[in-house]
Write a protein that binds this ligand. Structure first.
Ligand code: GLC
Length: 719
């Protein structure tokens, strides 16, 4: 075993000869260190156990179901197309192997291994974490710190900064699998406009392609694509097309033919391109582990950027496989043999049924194809969790070149740690279930801990039929998530904000307007979190150390200023909220009566469908502006500040041009606002370098509920 130390003190233990995933980018320095973990090598892998004390809590593991506290459950890292996120689902689309154990001491662990890992987080044996790594070559990173915040910051530091989308990526996006042609897409935009609902863009699902072929456009349904893209762009609307991992096997299809000629696909056992079946029928999978494939496939995105496209979603990149031809044939053969003139007993019936229902994404498929890594043949099973990561890295690198200095929107379904530097993620095919709204909230801090900041779930739920109440409640949460997309599956009822009653339309319109109002705050918190290696969303327990705060699972903190507590069940007119300290209750839709101080403790909070509630912490403030129909029209001239000040509050409002990468070189704007409470008044100091802000209106509340309003006007002068 080799050992190393990173600059920030992280210890690294190397077992065997691991595959370099480049999840961590901090340089390693060799150092003799002792690993105190109980690591056991067995024939079929490696096990690690970590003792759990009764007070220990576990955080992290990114995209996974379960609580904010991950203890008492089983998880698996093996990226899978999992259409039904039922309660005991152990794995989803991504593999995020970082977690923190917090009790008497706080320690973070990252297992850098691209194959399967299972975690028993105190499920069978409450006193232990039992991890099984399906291999013997890996790195373990151990991070220590005084608390969870410090440990997670250290981890964010070593894996590198998150991807940053353009500012318009923070707008509202509508999506649906089943906007069948460009007229339907235009109609969606038109209906948003007619109903005065802000919108930034529309995602294009499979429907735009010719026969599910990547980088093609259906001439029948989406002819004149370039003009169509440009026309909508003139209205301020971006189109975001989907790209799938599998390339259709079809003579005459240029991508397929180039892929064959260039030897860009994954191989089967015999060295022929591996064949699986996905949307278009038989497909080959680009071997993203090969440099040549990365640049070949990446360059193909230009086919769409040439039409004015500036954003993509990479899908089915676990990769999802509906079936292998041979497996299907076996199932059919069995059915034929069993069915004819037979009276099936229950066991044969179940077997027959399972033969078909288990066809998709079988483990055995991933043993049947190979990648080429540095000239060596490596079975997919061994590097399975890197597929979506490397696909998205290829896209990112190509788009950086193609779009020159312009930022672009990029999300992927499958990911592992490292991919966060190249794109965001949506959390896959959830359903229109209340439980999934709650899961959406719980996942946010865990995803941040694993480096993913541009995140969001399919608002309203992908599968199943959403109703107006669920959509409204879901928006009350999604208004705060960097990626805000309402998406649903083909065959489900429509779930655009206007698809329900007038009342739902009014409420959802107001919520989306509120999102646009809050953009200065959301963007600022996003960028500061990314730049300073902080979490944007935190469990309460990271900030407050009392017993209740540690156990709260249905409230989270956004930045250092705000607590959110969404309603995640039907029929409620409010909910109990725990206030770990005194906070200011905000009823954002009702500016006249939006204010009230809540003392520390548990309070029942009225939370109507027509509202947007959040809570500002003591000595904190949030900035917002007038709403707009899309972010091109965002006007920050009159910035508004809502503050709860008892003695002194400071806020640094971050901003930049929203489109270039100049922010990396330090071209950023800042507005530093300091409010100090004096006896009967407030002293306000503003240092502003943001030329778009000309005036600031303050509404300041103190703990006696006194409201003070002030207005500061300045034109590029510091105060
Ligand atoms: C996958 C995606 C979903 C998309 C569908 C059709 O299920 O997760 O978002 O709508 O494929 O492309």
């Amino acid at each position: 075993m080799e050992s190393y130390q990173l600059k920030n003190g992280t210890k690294v233990f190397q077992y065997g000869l691991p595959i370099e995933t480049k999840a961590v980018i901090a340089p390693k320095r060799k150092m003799k260190l002792k690993c105190d973990l109980d690591v056991k090598f067995q024939k079929d892998g490696t096990t690690i156990s970590i003792e759990l004390l009764s007070e220990d809590r576990i955080y992290g593991l990114g995209e996974n179901l379960g609580g904010i506290n991950k203890r008492g459950r089983i998880y698996e890292s093996y990226c899978t197309d999992t259409p039904s996120h039922i309660e005991d689902r152990e794995k989803l689309y991504s593999a995020h192997n970082f977690f923190i154990v917090s009790g008497k001491v706080v320690r973070g662990y990252f297992i850098d291994f691209p194959g399967r890992i299972t975690y028993d987080m105190g499920y069978y044996n409450q006193k232990d974490i039992n991890i099984k790594i399906y291999g013997q070559n890996f790195y373990i990173y151990i991070l220590e710190g005084k608390d969870e915040k410090e440990v997670s910051s250290k981890f964010l530091e070593i894996i590198g900064k998150s991807y940053v989308p353009p500012k318009w990526g923070f707008g509202y996006f509508q999506s649906r699998w089943g906007y069948r042609n460009k007229e339907e897409v235009k109609k969606v935009y038109k209906t948003f406009k007619e109903n005065d609902i802000p919108i930034e863009g529309i995602y294009l699902d499979l429907d735009y392609m010719d026969n599910f072929k990547d980088f093609t456009i259906s001439q029948e349904r989406f002819s004149g694509f370039k003009e169509f893209v440009e026309d909508l762009k003139k209205e301020g609307i971006y189109l975001i097309p989907i790209i799938d991992a599998g390339v259709k096997v079809e003579n005459g299809y240029d991508i397929y033919e180039e892929g064959m000629k260039g030897d860009y696909f994954c191989k089967d056992k015999e060295g022929k391109p591996y064949e699986g079946v996905v949307w278009p029928g038989k497909v080959h999978f680009p071997d993203f582990m090969k440099k040549e494939t990365q640049s070949w496939f990446g360059d193909k995105y230009q086919k769409l950027t040439d039409s004015g496209i500036e954003g993509f979603w990479n899908d089915m990149n676990e990769p999802a496989i509906f079936y292998e031809q041979e497996a299907l044939e076996k199932a059919v053969e069995y059915a034929q043999k069993k069915l004819k003139n037979k009276n099936l007993d229950v066991f044969s019936y179940f077997k027959l049924k399972d033969n078909f229902t288990s066809l998709a994404n079988r483990d055995s498929y991933y043993k049947n194809f190979y990648h080429e890594i540095d000239g060596k043949k490596v079975c997919n099973e061994k590097v399975h969790n890197l597929y979506g990561y490397f696909m998205t890295k290829s896209t990112y690198e190509a788009l950086r070149k193609i779009l020159k200095g312009k930022r672009f929107l990029l999300i992927s379904r499958s990911s592992s740690i490292g991919m966060h530097r190249y794109g965001g993620i949506w959390t896959g095919d959830n359903s229109s279930w209340w439980f999934h709204l709650e899961q959406n909230m719980k996942m946010l801090p865990s995803l941040n801990m694993c480096g993913f900041f541009y995140i969001g779930a399919d608002t309203g739920g992908f599968g199943g039929n959403c109703n107006g109440e669920l959509l409204t409640r879901w928006l009350q949460l999604s208004i705060f998530t960097p990626l805000l997309r309402n998406h649903s599956a083909m065959g489900c009822n429509n779930q655009e904000p206007y698809a329900f009653t007038k009342k739902v339309l009014k409420n959802t319109r107001n919520l989306i307007k509120a999102r646009y109002s809050l953009i200065p705050y959301i963007y600022s918190e996003y960028m500061k979190s990314v730049n300073h290696y902080h979490l944007m969303f935190q469990p309460l327990s990271f900030e407050f150390k009392d017993v209740l705060a540690k156990e709260i699972e249905d409230q989270i903190l956004l930045g250092d200023q705000v607590m959110i507590a969404p309603v995640c069940a039907p029929n409620y007119k409010g909910r109990y909220v725990y206030f770990p300290e005194e906070m200011l209750e905000i009823s954002f839709m009702h500016p006249k009566k939006m204010i009230g101080i809540r003392k520390k403790g548990i309070h029942y909070i009225n939370y109507r469908l027509e509202d947007l509630k959040f809570f500002i912490r003591k000595n904190a403030m949030i900035p917002y502006v007038k709403s707009c129909k899309n972010l091109k029209e965002l006007d920050q001239k009159n910035l508004k500040i809502l503050a709860y000040v008892d003695n002194e509050a400071i806020y640094n409002l971050y901003d930049d041009d929203g489109i270039s990468y100049d922010f990396i070189k330090g071209k950023r704007f800042s507005t530093r606002i300091k409010i100090i409470k004096k006896e009967n008044n407030y002293e306000i100091k503003v240092h502003n370098t943001n030329p778009s802000i000309k005036n600031i209106e303050f509404k300041i509340i103190d703990s006696e509920n006194h409201i003070t309003e002030k207005d500061i006007s300045f034109i590029n002068k510091n105060q």
